[in-house]
Design a protein around this ligand. Sequence first.
Ligand code: NAP
Ligand code: L37
Length: 292
Amino acid sequence: MTAQLIDGKMIAQQVRDEVAATVAKRTAAGKQKPTLATVLVGDRPDSQAYVKSKGKACEELGMGSVSHHLPAETSQEELEKLIKSLNDDKTINGILVQLPLPSHLNEERVLQLISIEKDVDGFSPINIGRLAQKGREPLFVPCTPYGCIYLLEKSGVKIEGANAVVLGRSNIVGMPAALLLIGKNATVTVCHSRTQDLPGTVRRADILIAAIGKTEMVRGDWIKPGAAIIDVGINSVPDATKKSGHRLVGDVNFNEAKEVAGFITPVPGGVGPMTIAMLMKNTLRAAEIQDK
Ligand code: NAP
Ligand code: L37
């Protein structure tokens, strides 16, 4: 292995410790616990697991959490009513609607309803609009892309002037990750399912953020020697040696890429734990904003 491993689990723990220390100081000063409301609609097992981890993280860091689990057939009207009541609830600092929503629901209308001071996922149109404009700051940076950039910076990877390639252009990962990299003065190429010559494009990347959800699609011979690889993909593959019968792998073939790259994140233990840590950071920030 030539690449330096970027230990997301460890870096996430450092972020969590910092958040917990600030929360403890606030609580000692008699302030209300920063409190996150999670909203999950339907029964996707992955979403259920992530929302559960988010609630657990809140408790571990001395913060409050309230979880709303609605049935898959919830109507748009019922969901909007819940969001409005969370907006008005003074005991709630952050609101996270776990995506994707079931297909009959209008995601855009739900996200634009979340009050901007409580939008800890950073997906409301005002937050994303600010992220996309020069000289403007969003109130909250979306958790997964924020985690990716944090890992690069903590590892001492220079973003300014780097050629960055982002694989994927989704609203929750690829596009905001690309906007953040542009804001940090990288030269950014965004690839998607219609991109021609993906291997050739990836070979020019000093920084690669892979978020396509395709098992180990990025091969070792696509990687520029010394590149920094942030693998966001979470893919489940059958594995008879595991009790669960499966294991998680990324969008990058780790064993091949680690021989060429300069830095690489593992899956699991890379971006996943950072997503939760950055959500905790954003929830604390929401409480701080609402103090004022
Ligand atoms: P998504 O909404 O399905 O978007 C996938 C993106 O990848 C799309 O832009 C799609 O292109 C592109 N794409 C798909 N197949 C491709 C191919 N063969 N070549 C090039 N581009 C391709 O997924 P997402 O929500 O962004 O998530 C991506 C991955 O990250 C998933 O594995 C997900 O589980 C994982 N994830 C991890 C975390 C974490 O915290 N670690 C958080 C969120 C998501 P088009 O736009 O053309 O369709
Ligand atoms: N903020 N995140 C936010 N909003 C959303 O709407 N969908 C979504 C979202 N995505 C999300 O929460 N993803 C996510 C993915 C992986 C983890 C956490 C959150 C995670 O903890 N992954 C662990 C492995 C977990 C496991 O073993 O199952 C990891 O180490 O990667």
